[in-house]
Design a protein around this ligand. Structure first.
Ligand code: HBI
Ligand code: FE
Length: 258
């Protein structure tokens, strides 16, 4: 699709330093907060603070686990391209790293977010099966901005900001949290609003991109995510039927479904 490759030899000393600093920063806050599957995934992908991951190495390991692979993209790509790649078991990742001056926050996802935070989860079969089915659903409605917004909300509150409650307690699996030190701590604190995973409410309410989330949805297992696809399809159809005539900005639209 984009025909890009990771130009590993072009990484600079600053890039390696940024990777090392972000890796060390997250290594301080994630043990005891990140879900076990994420930590195991990091280990399987041989992530470490000294080297920026080589996508060909990551792909060789993913080929032996879920059969997914990483596809190099320039950065944020159009929704159609994004969902086409995911539906084809390809995870889009940038290859550039933020600058030292952007360590805390940056507008667009960089390689640290796409690689460190997203890729370990690609070793979990039920998780990638959910991601693939959600993307196939998006492609069915790719011409409908409301459908893409609502599916984007589900993507946001699971893949990016999801929490999971398994045998060792409440843990993080959302990549948007896993690549942020502040939100990794906040989301499990008593100040955070943690709620059981519920498709209807996630679809109904808009979300914020520029500050900590005002709510986090908690799943009990990755199978629960995969099993929610039929329910997602039902609520999406209801929403598209009821709000078919809506002409406003869908990103701020709150729905009432029943
Ligand atoms: N492109 N590379 C990239 N990464 C994303 O996370 C991404 C994207 N394009 C669109 C997008 N996310 C969101 O609109 C999703 O909700 C689809
Ligand atoms: Fe992301």
């Amino acid at each position: 699709m984009y025909n890009l490759t990771q130009q590993y030899e072009q990484y600079t000393t600053e890039d390696f330093l940024v990777w090392k600093l972000l890796y060390e920063q997250q290594s301080k806050v994630l043990p005891g907060r990140a879900c076990l599957e994420f930590l195991e995934g990091m280990f399987r992908l041989n992530f470490n603070k000294h080297e920026i991951p080589k996508f060909e190495d990551v792909n060789a390991i993913l080929a032996e686990t879920t059969g997914w692979k990483v596809e190099v993209v320039p950065g944020l790509i159009p929704d159609r391209d994004f969902f086409e790649l995911l539906a084809d078991k390809k995870f889009p990742s940038s290859t550039w790293l933020r600058k030292m001056s952007e360590l805390e926050y940056l507008e667009e996802p960089d390689m640290f977010h796409d690689t460190f935070a997203h890729m370990p989860l690609l070793t979990i079969q039920f998780f990638v099966d959910y991601l693939q089915e959600l993307s196939k659903l998006a492609l069915k409605h790719i011409e409908n901005p409301l459908a893409i917004e609502l599916i984007g909300r589900l993507y946001w509150f699971t893949v990016e900001f999801g929490l999971i409650h398994n045998h060792d307690g409440m843990r993080i699996y959302g990549a948007g949290i896993l690549s942020s030190s502040g939100e990794s701590v906040f989301c499990l604190s008593k100040d955070a609003n943690q709620k059981p995973f519920q498709v209807k409410e996630i679809i109904e309410l808009h979300y914020y991109k520029d500050h900590f989330q005002d709510r986090y949805y908690v799943i009990q297992s990755y199978k629960q995510l995969f099993d929610s696809i039929p329910e997602i399809t039902v609520w999406l159809e209801k929403a598209l039927a009821k709000y078919a005539a809506y002409q406003g900005d869908v990103t701020q639209l709150d729905l009432q479904l029943n």
